[in-house]
Ligand binder design. Structure first.
Ligand SMILES: Nc1ncnc2c1ncn2[C@@H]1O[C@H](COP(=O)(O)OP(=O)(O)OP(=O)(O)O)[C@@H](O)[C@H]1O
Ligand SMILES: [Mg+2]
Length: 472
């Protein structure tokens, strides 16, 4: 059961990938973007106070120099506080550079002082800014120093401070939204991953079940192709593969059925004769006649088994062909010689149209001789006694050709391609119908072709062979 863990792992992988992407996005927003946003907002507050402080500086300068009563001073400072939208505290500086409160724009409680910021502003003689806790709260602060016009002694420091609560609230809101959005995205992504993996798993499983069926030799209806994606393409290819396998399977079964039928006929016939021969009262002539018929059947069986073996070797690709330059005329003559008794039996006057030498072909001489024998055998077997047969060889269109022509009755109608099929016989009873199937297969293995032209009266078979290694 390796199936389940594999499918589950697709789901896990998808979920992990989604989880990683969303977590990375979350980390980026939460830990990098939000703090940046916070510091930018704080900086903006600080810049705002500083520029407001710059604007109100003349008003303060007038205050610090003037001899005002406390109430009026406080009112003016409060007005400046409103104008700058910050708490404004005015600190006097004594000779020892210690600060003492002079006025505050707010009255609720005594303003704390940021000593270091105030000192640094005095030292540098310019406004200084800082974001730091003041009175227990995070504050944007600006310290603005004032100096006596004549001797330049520091006389006052004005501290502007603004609560950063709004900024913190806004940033917290963003943070919360990011968290909620991440949660929702994670839930959606997980559900999506689960559904996608589920759908993929279902389709893969359907293919797997189908492949298993085919593997056990049970062909099924073509699977429905319901999408144009890669799995749809795979399903289409699977259907094609199944159709081809089915064809091969049918052809194989037909071949076995026909071959066993062809083998059974002579064996039954032999068994019958053996039984008859056991009859002791049989006269010598009949016995001889029976033995002759039996020997014919044995010859038929022998030829059939050799042909079947040849075919199965060709199918298995175990026929070894050794291509070498072969003089076709020479080879044709030697095969024709083998046929002298058969030609005489058939009362055929064979015409030989062969040049003294050549044409030369690149082929296996043993297999070319086998094809020649098949063609000559047909020319004698499927024609009436006395039919004229011609064997010729010539070079044509860059190929070397061997031709066996007869003036017999020609092929049965519409059988020019059928004669090359296995077990096809036009005149039942004479042969098993394997000769031409073997001949064509051998010709093709040698990169050649076997062609037939049936122009009544007569039939011509031409074997074309390559003259070099590139095929005819
Ligand atoms: N020269 C020919 N003239 C007429 N018909 C032919 C000729 N050669 C082949 N045929 C036809 O083609 C059929 C197939 O030939 P093939 O050689 O494949 O089989 P076969 O001769 O019947 O049997 P096998 O060769 O296996 O003993 C023959 O049965 C015959 O009908
Ligand atoms: Mg034949």
């Amino acid at each position: 059961m390796s199936r389940r863990p594999r499918l589950r792992s697709v789901r896990t992988k998808l979920a992990l990938v989604f989880f990683a992407i969303i977590s990375a996005a979350f980390g980026l927003l939460y830990f990098i973007a939000t703090p940046q946003l916070e510091s930018k907002l704080e900086q903006r507050q600080l810049d705002d106070i500083r520029s407001s402080a710059q604007d109100v500086r003349p008003r303060l300068k007038a205050l610090i120099g003037a001899d005002l009563r406390e109430k009026e001073l406080n009112e003016r400072v409060r007005a400046i506080g409103e104008a700058t939208d910050a708490r404004v505290t005015l600190w006097g500086v004594d000779k020892n550079r210690l600060f003492y409160p002079q006025s505050d724009s707010r009255t609720e409680k005594e303003a704390p002082v940021n000593d270091s910021l105030a000192h640094s502003a005095i030292e540098s003689k310019r406004p200084r800014t800082e974001i730091a806790p003041l009175g227990g709260k995070e504050m944007a602060q600006v310290a603005q120093p004032f100096f006596a016009p004549r001797h330049g002694r520091p006389i006052a420091v004005v501290l502007y401070s603004r609560d950063l609560n709004d900024v913190a609230e806004a940033v917290d809101l963003v943070r919360n939204r990011v968290l909620v959005a991440t949660g929702v995205a994670l839930a959606l992504a997980m559900a999506g991953a689960f559904l996608v993996a589920q759908a993929l798993a279902r389709r893969v499983r359907r293919l797997e079940v189908a492949a298993n069926e085919v593997a056990h030799g049970r062909f099924i209806d073509p699977l429905p192709v319901d999408s144009k994606d890669e799995l749809g393409q795979l399903t289409r290819t699977f259907n094609q593969m199944q159709a081809q396998l089915q064809q091969v399977d049918v052809a194989r079964k037909e071949f076995i059925a026909t071959a066993s039928h062809e083998l059974r006929t002579p064996i039954f016939s032999l068994a019958g004769f053996v039984e008859l021969l056991q009859d002791e009262e049989l006269d010598e002539d009949t016995r001889r006649e029976f033995l002759d018929t039996m020997s014919e059947q044995v010859a038929r069986l022998q030829k059939l088994s050799v042909d079947l073996l040849d075919l199965s070797r060709l199918d298995a690709g175990s026929v070894e062909l050794h291509a070498e330059p072969v003089d076709l005329s020479e080879l044709a003559r030697s095969v024709v010689n083998e046929f002298t008794p058969a030609l005489a039996d058939h009362e055929t006057d064979l015409e030989i149209r062969l040049p003294n030498h050549g044409p030369e072909a690149l082929c296996d001489p043993v297999r070319v001789a086998q094809i020649m024998r098949i063609l000559l055998d047909n020319a004698l077997r499927h024609t009436p006694t006395g039919t004229h047969v011609t064997v010729g060889a010539a070079r044509r269109n860059g190929a070397a050709g061997l031709t066996v022509t007869d003036t017999g009755p020609g092929l049965p109608d519409y059988s020019e391609t059928k004669v090359f099929e296995r077990f096809y016989t036009g005149d039942a009873g004479r042969g098993a119908g394997l000769g031409l199937a073997i001949a064509r297969e051998l010709a093709e293995r040698m990169h050649g072709r076997l062609r037939v032209s049936s122009a009544a009266p007569g039939t011509a078979f031409t074997l074309e062979l390559p003259t070099d290694g590139n095929g005819a």
